[in-house]
Design a binder for this molecule. Sequence first.
Ligand SMILES: Cc1cc2nc3c(=O)[nH]c(=O)nc-3n(C[C@H](O)[C@H](O)[C@H](O)COP(=O)(O)OP(=O)(O)OC[C@H]3O[C@@H](n4cnc5c(N)ncnc54)[C@H](O)[C@@H]3O)c2cc1C
Length: 657
Amino acid sequence: MYKYIFSRVKNIIPKISETEIIALKSGGTSYDREIFKGAMDWNKLFKPIVKNEINLSTQMENKINELLGKLGSNPIYPNPNIKETMRWIGSNGFLSMIINKEYGGNRLTIEEQSNILTKISSYNPSLGVAIMVPNSLGPAELLQHYGTDEQKKYFLPKLANGTFIPCFGLTGPNNGSDAVGQIDEGIVVKSGDKIKIKVSLNKRYITLAPVSNLLGIAFKLNDPNKLLTNGRSGITLALIPSESNTLNKTYHNPNNAGFPNGTIKGTVDIDPEQVIGGPDKIGEGWKMLMECLAVGRGVSLPASANGSSKFITQSIRNYIQIRKQFGMEIGNMEAVREKFIDMYINTWIIHTSVKFTNHILDSGSTPSVLTAIMKQQTTERARSILNNGMDIYSGSGICIGENNFFTKFYNSAPIGITVEGSNTLTRGLIIFGQGLNKSHPYIFPIFQSIQDNNLNNFKENFNSLIIDFVKNYLRVLNPLASYNKDKSIERLEIATLKFSILSNFIAVIGGKIKSKQMISSNMADILSNIYLGYSLVWYNHHFSSKSNEFLTQESINYLMDELEYKMNLIISNYPITVFKPLLYPIKNNIKYANLENKNKLYKVILENKEFSNLFTNDIYYTNTVLEKMEKLLKMDKNSLEYKTLYQDIISVGEFKI
Ligand SMILES: Cc1cc2nc3c(=O)[nH]c(=O)nc-3n(C[C@H](O)[C@H](O)[C@H](O)COP(=O)(O)OP(=O)(O)OC[C@H]3O[C@@H](n4cnc5c(N)ncnc54)[C@H](O)[C@@H]3O)c2cc1C
């Protein structure tokens, strides 16, 4: 029987390309494994932690204040002094957060990096981008992991102190999402008695390229005349020091967001020793990028989503108590309140998931599926917070002027959504597709056993899959099964169980799942919401207080409302008719949100100083309209002082015709 199943599975299992195999093998797993198994490991989730919700050190806090005070909140580019600005930023340690101390770097924890990027991005998103890029996937990260000793000793101290301003160029006109599809090529040639690599570069969208004097590049190396003794070829990463801007001559303007971004174009001869890691690392480029991406995408962009969301949500919290129409505060109007509660819940989801993910990464895990979830979910939810906030701030949010705090965030939001794996692709292909292969406890071992033609391993993993599946299925059907007594956590537990069952049914679709992206996108949302749900539970357990318990419950219910609908959507559209009836018992009885709870939550949010402090501590708002609103809320409403400041707050930019 097993032989028969073995050959059937062999037929449905998707063909996986070399680049996909590398992506699958890069990074590890974490709580995503438990979610695919159908049950959270509560002991692991509730294991006491060293509280990582630290405030930044006073020294760092002072440095950030100095940086933001000096550069203000305006876009940093185009600007004739940009090179000096970048050098100043570097000489003050802001570009060395991931560089080890032995090379002159600061080497901060993930939590510290995240806190710093949150604060900077909350005030000046263009500066946030310029600082986050050298501190995530780029020359410094790659050199630390793969550089030769000589390369590390030469480049890292100069990257740490801002002598070198790095950028990293992968994308070109024909290789966007398909990053290595039609990538630039380099040919090995003989130049006198030396071997050189002639690389033709045509790259676009490269952040920091216009100000960079150390270009990291990715290209495909070909050695048609077999000049290299090690016989290597393929995707390769190299460094080109470039003081003279000969390759980086033009810049783009991404939505007026105001950070340096541009092109790298031209033909250049490089020495094989300029390859990161030396000639032995030729052809390893994709693997190197994938391994580093597993951590990077879970930190910087979620931190900037955290910064913008907290600034906007706290500002709107104040604004709706201040702004009056029809003789009352607009926060008293339920239509406004509904949007605001949506913003608050999403901000809380971003806050708790950032803290949880930082904790996971600081514990040494590199869970690539969870970091993909974080990148996609936080940037997407931050955009929805912006949209709701802008609707509430209305005319003041649309017109440019001193009191408009929206435009800078609004212009930046699509950038986080597009870079480091565009969200549509991440949601449609990566999160659930990789999850199924990587986080699922048995599918990759089954795939591997088929590749190796190993019937015994196949049998073992196939049996375990069936046993787990039957156990989960029986549990979900058992009306007496016991779950957590908190109703919202009970929903989360049942969703986890059902997700696990459903993902096995989806796995039967086999390789066709790659084209059934509407199914895998919605499965990605379900998986993501479950992860975000456990982030809320984790946060509430470790940093609990009475009030955040209610906010936590409402946030979990919000995620479950989204998820239960999507689960039913998938079951209704499940394409294999013979199995479809088996899915009916796990369909959800849709529960409807209790609207009165939104009113209750509104009261809690306004009364609770703890939330306000939590939000304002994490952001920078000196000399902003938020600072004015915080001040106004403490004043006597009948005083002249109040009336004057109120007029100032509601004023909108005016320009001479
Ligand atoms: C401001 C900015 C900064 C950037 N910085 C850098 C940088 O520093 N270095 C660098 O190398 N690159 C950088 N990029 C490039 C960025 O990574 C790419 O823009 C991104 O990979 C998407 O490529 P594309 O814009 O060509 O879109 P396309 O690849 O043309 O995609 C178009 C749409 O199709 C979707 N799509 C494509 N393939 C699939 C699929 N298989 N399944 C489902 N959906 C799919 C995408 O999600 C997207 O919605 C930057 C881009 C921008 C805009």
